[in-house]
Ligand binder design. Structure first.
Ligand SMILES: [Zn+2]
Length: 644
């Protein structure tokens, strides 16, 4: 077997290295979320870390990895006899594939056997396999929400819990959780983001020396993995020993009252929600002290811990920049310093400031756009009004629920039970009344002499109704008539609000714009709402209005996406005043969009109204809303073109 790339041979990435090592020392920190572009050695480092984790001893034959010294009292394979045979093995490295099902993750009860044979059989999932090891989720941002929830619940409680139709199984699942993601492919919901203990942004190194060293080592490893690993074996051994030693010291590290107060002060200064941040910073600082062999937590430990634990907890909006302002951190640390310790300015951590990372956060409330400076050719870039809570726009009918989300009604794996059906493959949820009704007519034929006899053919599965995610394709009129009377500011604010709503509902989004001589796919369908927001903010306006071209382009995008992702239902949101000053009558394009759910957002304003958008809405069989009606909170000043 090819040995993994050695952890100690990885160049740079000091913050990530530290975050991973600290979690190896103290998995209670809650894992690491690694954010960065592709090709930044994220996966290499995670796999390398697993090789450094101490071996584990388990009860022989236990599929849940019980420690013979303290076996899990609820272990489904238990109870285990003290003094029975044991097995020693390497700590597990379990990778959760993005396409994994809930059954695969948490394990599943074989309901069919339970009901027809009376056997309670439970197949352990990946959470059981990862117990006492490392659970790695690449592209965690692409995992369905309910799986991320299950994953983070297990990580927080150190236990997995499966319950279906009143039959339940619990087992220990303590693991070091590492998730990686490329933010360009879509963000993680903020509610999930802050449940990772630490978060690190990584970027490829800019230094020429560092870059060439990365390549040199990579080539050497690829040419001779075994020889390369052998050359690094002694550094790996000492790193592994350091982890084991720090684990041993962890329980005896003291967290002085003064430092605890400093932690509370810093968390309060950064306005994080709840108490989780304080606890994570405290655990991280304690692990740091154990790592450095210190008997007590110092101010420097608190600073480094805060740098790793706070950045992802203070993001208020998906469109804010990541990272932590280091100057603000130092100020908060000074302000929260324990009495008598003010002369101890915490030194910078081993990672130092991330030259790329952040700090450049836009001021709160600002819309981050450039000024509305007129540009040549009669175009301008209007700023956007601040976003607000948008009204829910949904696709009519009931979708297949193949794309988990929160927008349109759909048949889903969870949610309200609305009926029963014959199970198609594996029975995961029994509709008991329907099953009994199906079995009832055959009782005499089955020679029933006593309790009801249920056979496989009688089994009925529940049908659930919940919500699914969609493709929300924005088709935005950027022509001169829209630019007039500062209308574009309100329009951008409205579309930004819908965009943020789409982010929270897990939709894919796309952007088609039209002005001047034609239409443009400003953003093909993507899960990256941040890029969509940026494109919208930069959107120049001016010129004539080729509305028909905009609709044609939208129809083309919808058709292409339907081939790529046939289970995702589209919702087209057309934002226009309905005036077409170039090209054919837009009503003639309606047949190309037949069967596509549309919403027309009418941006017409002023004393004389032509009602053209309303006419178009009828032709498209679309829901019709005025721009002012987009807010979930009723009519608001945001849509009235109020000056900035
Ligand atoms: Zn066990």
């Amino acid at each position: 077997m090819t040995p993994p790339f050695p952890f100690s041979a990885i160049v740079g990435l000091a913050d990530l290295r530290l975050a991973l090592l600290l979690n190896a020392v103290s998995p209670a920190i809650g894992g690491v979320l690694v954010r960065g572009e592709k090709g930044t050695a994220k996966s290499t480092m995670v796999r390398a870390l697993a090789a450094l984790l101490p071996d584990v001893t388990t009860v022989a034959g236990c599929r849940f990895g019980c420690d013979p010294a303290v076996p899990d009292r609820e272990c489904p394979d238990g109870p285990h006899d003290a003094g029975g045979p044991v097995v020693r093995r390497a700590a597990a490295l379990v990778e959760l594939p993005v396409g994994a099902t809930e059954d695969r993750l948490v394990g599943a009860l074989d309901l069919q056997r339970a009901l027809t044979e009376g056997i309670k059989a439970y197949e352990p999932g990946l959470l059981a396999a990862a117990h006492r090891g490392l659970l790695y989720v690449d592209e965690v941002n692409l995992l369905p929400d309910h799986l991320v929830d299950l994953l983070l619940d297990a990580a927080a409680m150190g236990r997995a819990y499966v319950e279906r139709d009143g039959v339940s199984v619990r087992h220990a699942a303590r693991f070091l959780l590492v998730g990686t993601m490329n933010p360009e492919e879509g963000e993680l919901r903020p509610q999930l983001l802050d449940r990772f203990g630490l978060a690190v942004d990584v970027a490829a190194p800019r230094e020429v020396d560092e870059r060439s060293e990365v390549v040199r080592r990579r080539l050497a490893y690829d040419a001779d993995p075994v020889g390369f690993a052998a050359a690094w074996a002694s550094s790996e051994d000492s790193l592994a020993a350091q982890i084991a030693a720090a684990r041993g010291r962890l329980a005896s590290v003291v967290l002085p009252d003064g430092e605890l107060r400093r932690i509370a002060g810093v968390c309060a200064a950064f306005e994080v929600d709840g108490m989780r941040a304080d606890i994570v910073v405290a655990r991280t600082a304690t692990a740091l002290a154990a790592w450095h062999g210190r008997p007590a937590v110092t101010g420097a430990d608190v600073r480094d811990a805060a740098r790793l634990a706070l950045p992802h907890r203070r993001r208020r909006d998906p469109f804010d920049a990541p990272g932590l302002d280091e100057e603000a951190l130092d100020r908060a640390l000074r302000d929260a310093a324990p009495p008598g310790l003010d002369d101890d300015p915490p030194p910078s951590g081993p990672g130092g400031a991330d030259p790329e990372g952040g700090g450049e956060a836009p001021e709160p409330g600002g819309d981050g756009s450039s000024a509305a400076a007129p540009q040549p050719g009669g175009t301008s870039t209007a700023p956007a009004a601040p976003p607000y809570r948008a009204r829910l726009l949904a696709v009519p009918g009931t979708g297949s629920g193949a794309r988990a989300g929160r927008r349109s009604p759909a048949y889903t794996r969870s949610g309200r039970v609305v009926g029963a059906r014959r199970p198609d493959d594996r029975l995961v949820s029994v509709h008991l009344p329907a099953t009994l009704l199906a079995a009832a007519p055959y009782q005499r034929a089955r020679g029933r002499a006593g309790p009801l006899r249920v056979e496989t053919a009688d089994l009925r599965a529940t049908v659930h109704k919940g919500r699914e995610a969609n493709l929300v394709l924005f088709v935005v009129d950027a022509s001169g008539s829209m630019a007039a009377r500062q209308r574009m500011r309100a329009v951008k604010g409205g579309v930004l609000s819908l965009l943020r709503d789409a982010y929270q509902r897990r939709d894919k989004v796309g952007l088609v714009t039209f002005r001047g001589t034609g239409a443009e796919v400003a953003l093909p369908p993507t899960t990256s709402h941040e890029i969509a927001a940026a494109r919208l903010r930069e959107l120049p306006t001016g010129g004539r209005t080729p509305l028909a071209a905009g609709l044609h382009t939208a129809a083309r995008v919808v058709a292409a996406e339907r081939r790529r992702d046939p289970y995702r239902r589209p919702l087209l949101v057309l934002v226009t005043d309905g005036r077409a000053t170039s090209g054919p009558d837009p009503v003639t394009v309606a047949p190309a969009l037949h069967g596509v759910a549309c919403v027309v957002v009418d941006c017409e304003s002023g004393p004389v109204r032509l009602g053209l958008a309303g006419r178009l809405a009828v032709a498209l069989d679309a829901r019709y809303l005025r721009l002012e009606e987009l807010s979930a909170d009723g009519l608001r000043a945001v849509a009235t073109g109020k000056a900035a």
